[in-house]
Design a binder for this molecule. Structure first.
Ligand code: FES
Length: 167
């Protein structure tokens, strides 16, 4: 029994010109393009697979949008004696509330440099970012470090013995 032989036409110098495969009894066109197409499909499927694997990680790293979470947080004034601070969750993000010498103040707690959480230093009366030494004064103004923008102020009011952060 004779086995059918596969022949390809001599390849053209032009890579855009399709190669033709000749099988006795029929003509198969563009076998290379079909292989390339299948390779691209496999690459795309691999890409979607990787995206699916990393999506939960990206969602975990990214802070939630500001629309999520409470936009009004009440704190018992007894929990914030003069000079004390407290880190709360305001609109889904950390915020720092301080009972400073100028009264109650609150700022978004995420450093504008690379997103670390700032802390209040009662000894120095400044906010400090522990990551790269960013420093902010009691008005949220940048005093030092690689920080590009000041802190975002959050309105604070007092009603009776409650400190109210936010609207
Ligand atoms: S993240 Fe705050 S100084 Fe770099």
């Amino acid at each position: 029994m004779e086995t059918p032989s596969l022949k390809t036409e001599p390849q053209s110098a032009d890579p855009a010109k399709p190669t033709t495969l000749t099988v006795p009894g029929r003509k198969v066109s563009n076998p290379v393009r079909r292989r390339t197409f299948l390779q691209r499909i496999l690459c795309a499927m691999s890409g979607f697979g990787l995206l699916g694997a990393f999506y939960p990680v990206l969602r975990y790293i990214e802070p939630p949008p500001e629309s999520e979470g409470a936009n009004r947080v009440e704190i018992d004034a007894a929990e914030l004696p003069p000079g004390a601070s407290r880190t709360i969750l305001y609109r889904g993000r950390p915020a720092v509330v301080v009972n400073s010498a100028q009264g109650y103040i609150a700022y978004g707690g995420v450093c504008s440099h690379l997103g670390c959480i700032i802390k209040w230093s009662p000894a120095e009366q400044v906010f400090i970012c522990p990551c790269h030494g960013g420093k902010f004064n009691v008005k949220g103004v940048v005093l030092g470090g690689p920080v590009p923008r000041p802190l975002t102020a959050i309105p604070v009011s007092v009603a009776g013995n409650r400190v109210i952060v936010g609207a």
